[in-house]
Design a protein around this ligand. Structure first.
Ligand SMILES: Cc1ncc(COP(=O)(O)O)c(C=O)c1O
Length: 456
């Protein structure tokens, strides 16, 4: 073989792995059977073996709305969620800038789970020690995966909505210079990855469905990285409505609410630094337990649903295993959006399944402990209430200058505490800030390609 690629892919190769040297692409696909083979770095992409974006269009009978709801599927990314993309991009950019070096630095991953899993995984493949800082009440499957990848855990009190404690703990680790933090809430590789890679995937998944356009993009923010896809989608479909979904129990963007909730990965009680609030049009609220119950239905109640919806037996089988709790939140958010905007049968709402069911059996076991035995009639009622019953209520338009100012203010409250200057925060109020950050991709890709060749 000619050039040996000792590090990972460029942004362009993550967007289109067909751009990889064919030999690397072939070997990377073969490496999927051994997840700790470093060649899996080249499998960080939304695309499958055939270069198609992994997605599913939800049956209309299930959603109850005319518009097509298209769900991008993140479970088949290495490590089991698309959060591995921002983890890799941040480490890759740090290495390129000469700020992070294998064998010298310890990687710190502040997270509520999937980013931590992705960070532990990437650190393992690229030869780093890794510490994941995360709350102590996340699903058991998350901790197991991090340990499996050799990551060490540093747990902070509380659950999903106590991420501020994770950030404070991160400050402590930052004091030791050999620790390098992959700060997903504040570093722009997260924005770059999702705008460039996920944004392209969203547009492509809509092609061939309905009118082929994206009428709305719906994503529940944790770091708000995924929401960056909106900037790319809007570049093509200017009128696309961008909807951030939050737990009703922790409605931070909606009205500064800050309660605890059960939707792991989202609703982190803050406007993150990398959230470009300029391009967010609406904030929609969804009950947290509806998402857990909805997952129970879609994962373990499909035969009942099929009977209720008069579908053939097995008609929903293809949905099994692909969704997590936040996916159900996004799906409910997508149904609400379709109702709000009165979208027609040729229009598409694109949303995201960040991870799959493998992370949540323990959460459904907990649901049964809380609810007692869940019979067929309960499941049928849940479907009516949660999916059919989703309405256009609890959606706030945030396009006005007043709303943007409020969101900027909330952002400033958090991030000036962590040392960001007023001047920097002020610059983020202009779309040109985000365009400049996005435009860096070309140079980064060029530098990486050059470096890889030199290492060959
Ligand atoms: C399960 C799950 N859903 C949604 C999200 C939110 O994604 P983002 O951080 O890109 O906003 C995360 C983030 O960790 C997650 O783990």
């Amino acid at each position: 073989m000619g050039t040996v690629l000792t590090r990972g892919p460029t942004y362009a190769e993550m967007r289109h792995p067909s751009r990889l040297p064919p030999e690397i692409r072939r070997r990377a696909l073969a490496a999927r059977s051994n997840e700790l083979d470093p060649l899996n770095l080249f499998n960080i992409t939304w695309r499958n073996r055939e270069d198609r974006v992994r997605h599913v269009v939800l049956p209309r009978a299930l959603t109850g709305v005319a518009a097509n709801i298209v769900v991008l599927l993140g479970r088949d990314f290495p490590s089991g969620s698309h959060k591995v993309g921002p983890a890799y991009a941040t480490l890759m950019e740090g290495e390129l800038a000469g700020e992070i070096r294998a064998g010298e630095n310890t990687i710190i991953g502040p997270s509520t789970g999937n980013f931590g899993i992705g960070t532990a995984y990437i650190a393992k493949l690229m030869g780093y020690r890794c510490v994941v800082i995360m709350p102590e009440q996340m699903s058991a499957e998350r901790y197991e995966r991090i340990r499996r990848y050799g990551g060490e855990l540093d747990l902070t009190p509380g659950s999903e909505s106590d991420v501020i404690l994770v950030l404070e703990r991160t400050e402590h680790f930052k004091q030791e210079p050999k620790n390098k933090v992959l700060a997903q809430f504040e570093l722009l590789p997260n924005y770059r990855f999702h705008r460039f890679v996920t944004g392209d995937a969203a547009r492509e998944a809509a092609q061939g469905v309905g009118n082929g356009q994206v009428a709305a993009f719906v994503a529940a923010p944790g770091s708000a990285g995924t929401l960056a896809a909106a900037d790319e989608i809007k570049a093509r479909f200017r009128d696309c409505a961008v909807v951030a979904v939050e737990p009703k129990e922790c409605s931070t963007l909606y009205d500064n609410g800050r309660g605890t909730h059960r939707i792991e990965g989202i609703g982190d009680k803050m406007v993150t630094l990398i959230h470009n609030v300029i391009t967010t049009d609406y904030v929609a609220l969804v009950h947290d337990d509806d998402c857990v119950k909805g997952l129970k239905l879609l994962e373990q109640g499909r035969p009942i649903l099929e009977r209720q919806l008069r579908l053939a037996a097995g008609a929903l089988d293809h949905l099994g295993g692909w969704f997590g709790i936040s996916t159900v939140c996004n799906i409910i958010g997508a149904i609400k959006t379709a109702k709000l905007l009165h979208l027609a049968a040729d229009q598409n709402v694109v949303t995201v399944a960040t991870d799959g069911f493998d992370r949540y059996p323990s959460v459904l076991a907990d649901l049964e402990r809380r609810s007692g035995p869940i019979g067929d009639s309960t499941l049928a009622r849940w479907y009516d209430e949660i999916f059919r019953g989703a309405t256009a209520d609890d959606i706030l338009e945030v396009r006005s200058g007043v709303q943007k100012e409020r969101l900027f203010r909330q952002k400033r409250e958090v991030w000036s505490r962590f040392g960001y200057s007023d001047a920097y925060l002020e610059r983020m109020k202009s779309q040109s800030f985000w365009e400049e950050e996005y435009d860096k991709i070309e140079r980064i890709d060029r530098d990486l390609a050059l470096k890889r060749d030199l290492m060959g």
